[in-house]
Design a protein around this ligand. Sequence first.
Ligand SMILES: Nc1ncnc2c1ncn2[C@@H]1O[C@H](COP(=O)(O)OP(=O)(O)OP(=O)(O)O)[C@@H](O)[C@H]1O
Ligand code: SF4
Ligand SMILES: [Mg+2]
Length: 330
Amino acid sequence: MQETILNVENLQVSLPTENGPLNAVRGLDFTVNRGEMLCIVGESGCGKSMTSMALMDLLPKKAQCQADKFEFLGQDLLHMPKKTRSRLRGLNMSMIFQEPMTSLNPSFKLGDQLTEGIMTHQHISRKEANERAIYLLNRAGVPSPDERLNQYPHELSGGLRQRIMIAMALMCEPDLIIADEPTTALDVTIQAQILVLIRELQQEFGMAVIFITHDLGVVARIADRVAVMYAGQFVEMASVKAIYSRPQHPYTRGLLNCIPIPGKTQSGQELATIAGVVPSLIGTPQGCAFANRCELAKKQCCETIPALEQREGQHWVRCPVTLYPVKEAS
Ligand SMILES: Nc1ncnc2c1ncn2[C@@H]1O[C@H](COP(=O)(O)OP(=O)(O)OP(=O)(O)O)[C@@H](O)[C@H]1O
Ligand code: SF4
Ligand SMILES: [Mg+2]
């Protein structure tokens, strides 16, 4: 039996704007098991980062966050004292951001930044903390790791800085790492190396990872399970195998048509696009948020918001139109 470490029900995040509340996250339900890689995929502005910020307790001050259940390691994240939450974030949960320079302080040496968290939370000596940092930098593929401790962030390339961030996220041996578009700012060859590294380290250290991306090609390489997000909601959630072999939601199918699939897409074949634009997240839509872009939309799609329903196995879909009878993917 797999251990559930994160259990979220009806997570909602809204931000006040001049035109009314912007509902960035509109009722997410999901769990994450120990040691699994859950990929959240969706286009720009669909609420991926707001979800990760809600988990890390790093939302903008004016944001409102609520949930029916928001449990990490059996503890209620919403109602615990700030100090406990911050300790949990330092010790058991960590984050890798898209651009390392936003989380690395340019005026401190990397050694101090790598060891600060573990020295605060685990009260180990500077020598032990440095040894762990050197070990993890080595594992993260950083050459001459001991010399890096005395360097400043600006002295390294983008790829090396991201490796440093990965080592930093592992310093306290967290149960969960949230990686928000960690490879988007890197060029393609470095991106591939970092993906392999994250997958290897995740399996070696047995932690769970929530990997956020807009790129289904990335998802195929690393995910165990995939949640497809659209306009603040999950529209489909299933194993990576099921998402690629039997996508159910018209949005997921549209996304898959936009990327080349090895063995299926022919050389020179034009890739599809999804016509139309994402609806405004201000206020509450009347019906299905995808209706204005969906080729299968019917009158009733614009009247009621479809629920995320379980099909066979652990395949969840927010669309009552069954595209295929779902069988376990072969
Ligand atoms: N500080 C803020 N104040 C008001 N609205 C915000 C703020 N930050 C983000 N938003 C809005 O919240 C919605 C969700 O944003 P979010 O950053 O979570 O999207 P995302 O899926 O991470 O997109 P991307 O792929 O571009 O990173 C968007 O409509 C965005 O414009
Ligand atoms: S509910 Fe209707 S509009 Fe929404 S995805 Fe399904 S068919 Fe399309
Ligand atoms: Mg984002």
